[in-house]
Write a protein that binds this ligand. Structure first.
Ligand SMILES: Cc1cc2nc3c(=O)[nH]c(=O)nc-3n(C[C@H](O)[C@H](O)[C@H](O)COP(=O)(O)OP(=O)(O)OC[C@H]3O[C@@H](n4cnc5c(N)ncnc54)[C@H](O)[C@@H]3O)c2cc1C
Length: 266
């Protein structure tokens, strides 16, 4: 059985300049540095390791600066998507970003891996919307897009977290969204709805790009119902009224079935 270490110590910098000594010290002592932003790694590799390590917890570095005029936002890597969505929504009801579905995932790790979310069909992955970044390299130097050069910039936006340096902050493009959108979650028993799931597989990519529907197969947690699995279709339409969307009748209405009342209009 593999034995895992937990961190020798946790460094929680409050400013970027406090990161450099952590990196240089760890290098001198020959221990790994594990960078943790939102701690949503499925295998826990930001907080456990087969080797002795120091955890660099970036959760205090969560500053967000929005420039509506330029249509961009600088977000420090310790901020979660929830913090970012909330900050943007407070400033504008017609701007958004391409980020994750899950609001508690960290911007540091999620964007490093590409980033899949509800508006990606229209605006691309989160990483496609990165216009600049600040990264600390292994010697403690801070680089931006210009100084890191295009090869490294290309690598950090999708090449995976913990690979090329410590991401300090991302500069992201804001995307236009309507003031009101439609979101919904519909649950179906997998047992009796396999055809519907197949339909989702075959048609969801043909729907208008302002409509995102994902299907998740998950344990049935509802208690009384004994079927083991259910599918949850979660969607977002960049429209106030989904009934007007062409293509919706093919799939979405049948997915929502008798549960149209569960569609929420914001
Ligand atoms: C409940 C849940 C929901 C999810 N939903 C989505 C989703 O909707 N869309 C999607 O695309 N993905 C989703 N994911 C996957 C998630 O994007 C990845 O696991 C991502 O790596 C998490 O980033 P984090 O910062 O939260 O995690 P962490 O555990 O902090 O980090 C993940 C990895 O990135 C490295 N890393 C973290 N921060 C930095 C940094 N600042 N610089 C360099 N390396 C860093 C870590 O060392 C680690 O290797 C989800 C995961 C979970 C558990």
């Amino acid at each position: 059985m593999v034995e895992f270490f937990i961190s020798l110590l946790i460094a929680s910098p409050r400013k970027e300049s406090e990161i450099k000594p952590v990196i240089l010290c760890a290098k001198k002592l020959g221990v790994q540095v594990k960078i943790k932003s939102g701690s949503h790694d499925y295998e826990g590799i930001s907080f456990r390791s087969e080797f002795p390590f120091v955890m660099l917890d970036l959760s205090n570095l969560d500053d967000i600066k929005i420039d509506l005029k330029e249509g961009t936002v600088w977000v420090q890597a310790g901020a979660t998507f929830g913090q970012l969505y909330y900050a943007i929504a407070k400033k504008s009801r017609v701007h958004g970003i391409s980020g994750g579905v899950c609001f508690s995932a960290g911007t540091g790790g999620l964007i490093s891996g590409g980033g899949l979310g509800t508006v990606m069909r229209k605006f691309g992955h989160a990483a496609d919307n990165v216009v600049d970044a600040r990264v600390m390299d292994v010697n403690g130097n801070i680089l931006d897009r210009k100084t890191m050069k295009e090869d490294m910039f290309w690598a950090i936006i999708g090449g995976g977290g913990a690979s090329f340096g410590v991401i300090l902050a991302w500069k992201l493009k804001l995307v236009p969204v309507p003031e009101k959108v439609t979101v919904f979650t519909v649950y179906k028993k997998l047992e009796s709805n396999q055809k519907l799931l197949q339909k989702w597989q075959n048609t969801s990519h043909q729907l208008p790009d302002g409509l995102f529907i994902r299907a998740v197969i998950q344990n049935n947690e509802t208690g009384n119902d004994k079927s083991l699995l259910r599918t949850a279709a979660t969607g977002l339409a960049l429209k106030k009224n989904v009934a007007n969307l062409p293509g919706l009748d093919q799939f979405c209405i049948s997915m929502a079935g008798g549960q149209m009342s569960r569609l929420k209009f914001f």
